[in-house]
Design a protein around this ligand. Structure first.
Ligand SMILES: Cc1cc2nc3c(=O)[nH]c(=O)nc-3n(C[C@H](O)[C@H](O)[C@H](O)COP(=O)(O)OP(=O)(O)OC[C@H]3O[C@@H](n4cnc5c(N)ncnc54)[C@H](O)[C@@H]3O)c2cc1C
Length: 184
């Protein structure tokens, strides 16, 4: 594989391991307290001023006060909604989604066996990315127009994911019989 940015390899990040590493790094700081399995459900206010959060943890509700509250809670941020944050840069014209799973036993792209970024464009509106990840797994991601990834209204997304892959010979060539997937 050719060098890019000084590296000659590319891997799909194993999100569970990545999150666990970030968590462990934060937890190791002496002035950080970490709580798992905890959901922010609301903000505490004094007048207009946000002064903390309401959290639900193990069936109990707790109030936590703070000088500053940072909403790092992702795309559907509860914090952003609660403060009615202004939305910008949203692209609505072609909504896209992705369906993915990590697979074991996927055949290498070619006889060199080297990790490869394998992008397949099987048909209009869909793309497939096959990328090696941790522990010998391969992330197989179907990306594309949301309406094409939803499948039938009564179908399960996992079934739709597998049906789409079954229809792609170039993917099937690498997913030999006996290949298993372990995470959707
Ligand atoms: C399959 C896949 C592949 C991707 N690949 C790439 C890539 O190669 N490169 C790239 O740059 N990006 C990639 N992304 C996108 C990237 O993961 C996101 O853009 C990024 O994680 C967003 O970070 P964030 O911190 O804003 O939110 P998140 O990573 O979503 O973190 C938000 C956290 O807040 C927690 N949370 C949410 N609501 C609450 C609540 N009410 N109370 C408490 N906690 C809450 C969530 O559990 C989560 O832990 C990929 C995403 C997916 C799904």
């Amino acid at each position: 594989m050719a060098d890019l940015y000084g590296r000659n390899y590319a891997y799909a990040v194993d999100r569970l391991r990545f999150d666990a590493t970030l968590w462990a790094l934060a937890e190791a700081e002496p002035n950080v307290t970490t709580w798992q399995e905890t959901a922010v459900t609301d903000l505490l206010r004094e007048g207009e001023q946000v002064v903390g959060v309401v959290v639900r943890r193990g069936g109990e509700t707790t109030h936590l006060t703070a000088k500053a509250v940072v909403g790092a809670d992702g795309r559907f941020s509860t914090i952003a909604q609660k403060v009615a944050a202004r939305e910008y840069g949203r692209w609505k014209r072609f909504p896209t989604s992705l369906l993915y799973a990590y697979w074991e036993g996927v055949r290498p792209y070619d006889e060199t066996g080297e990790p490869t970024i394998h992008f397949i464009s099987p048909r209009h509106g869909l793309g497939v990315l096959m990328l090696e990840s941790a522990d010998g797994t391969t992330a197989v991601t179907i990306e594309g127009q949301t309406k094409r990834l939803h499948g039938s209204a009564d179908g399960r997304l996992a079934d739709h994911y597998h049906a789409l892959l079954r229809d792609m010979p170039i993917v099937q060539r690498r997913i030999a019989p006996g290949t298993t997937h372990h995470q959707n």
